[in-house]
Design a protein around this ligand. Structure first.
Ligand code: BG6
Length: 274
């Protein structure tokens, strides 16, 4: 169902197991609740009026992750524009298809179509299915992307990410140095901002002995793991000072090597969360 919240268009999806909310602004999933448990963090100070990217939920970074590409704007323009509904909403299947609108953007001169389908499976799993189409008639085009998911966690100090064993990472806090050390699990004792490359298809977020959330990836071959910790949070106007204790970002991506699409070619990737 399409509703209006403070002048913004929001799609609500629900079935017996789960519910989700998707803002057309940014094609941004702001809420996902499964079996009564909120899975995604949304900042109490997030701008929800379209004036700035939404802090929390699942921002879509496209056609560039971070500053890794030709654009000056961090994470690309997709999270800053209102997407279009890509078809009629059907209450029987809790899903919505959103289409990135055509438009002019600084440092960007390609016709690259992007669709995001957000759906709930019968068991309440959230599925984000992203497809990209190079609509140029002659030119190849490259892009990078991430589904910048903010996961709730009860206590960041007891939070561990597993499934990344054996993958190297680029440390964004050390000028992009490549780190080859393979601890069992990633911990958050200070700010963490890493791009893991060549990641497996399953990544788990644990807190103490509990599994908090599980991600399943198709095509996405990298994953950013980020938590701002004390200092960086203080500099972020749209994040309460102590909110970093309650979330971790695990972001399925293609960020280390861009995707290169020949004229007319398609690319597709899937993230499942449960
Ligand atoms: C992460 C980056 O993906 O996003 C971090 O690795 C960045 O470096 C973070 O700080 C948040 O970015 P933004 O633009 O939403 O503040």
């Amino acid at each position: 169902e399409l509703i209006h919240v403070d002048g913004m268009q929001v799609v609500r999806l629900s079935n017996a197991e789960a519910s989700a909310e998707v803002y057309l602004y940014g094609a941004h999933v702001t809420s996902y609740v499964r079996r009564g448990v909120p899975k995604l963090f949304l900042s109490d100070l997030a701008a929800l009026d379209g004036s700035a990217p939404i802090r929390g939920g699942i921002p879509v970074c496209f056609p560039q992750f971070g500053k890794r590409g030709p654009m000056a704007v961090q994470h690309g323009f997709a999270r800053r524009v209102v997407w279009e509904l890509g078809g009629a909403l059907d209450a029987a299947t809790p899903s919505v298809v959103l289409r990135l609108p055509p438009g002019e953007h600084a440092d960007w001169d390609y016709r690259l179509g992007c669709l995001l389908k957000v759906a709930l499976e019968v068991d309440g799993t959230l599925v984000c299915h992203m497809t990209v189409h190079n609509e140029e008639s002659e030119r190849a085009c490259s892009f990078s992307t991430a589904l910048h998911a903010y996961f709730c966690t009860p206590d960041i100090e007891k939070t561990r990410i597993s499934g990344l064993q054996g993958t190297t990472y680029i440390d964004q806090l050390a000028g992009g140095a490549v780190v080859e050390e393979y601890p069992d699990k990633v911990e958050f004792l200070s700010e963490v901002d890493r791009i893991y490359s060549g990641v497996p298809s399953k990544i788990m977020i644990e807190c103490g002995d509990n599994l908090v959330s599980e991600l399943e990836l198709e095509t996405f071959c990298d994953a950013i793991v980020w938590n701002p910790h004390v200092e960086k949070s203080r500099g972020m106007a749209d994040l309460p000072d102590d909110a970093w204790k309650g979330f971790v970002c695990v972001e399925p991506a293609v960020a280390v090597q861009p995707v290169v699409l020949g004229a007319g070619e398609h690319w597709a990737a899937i993230l499942r969360i449960r």
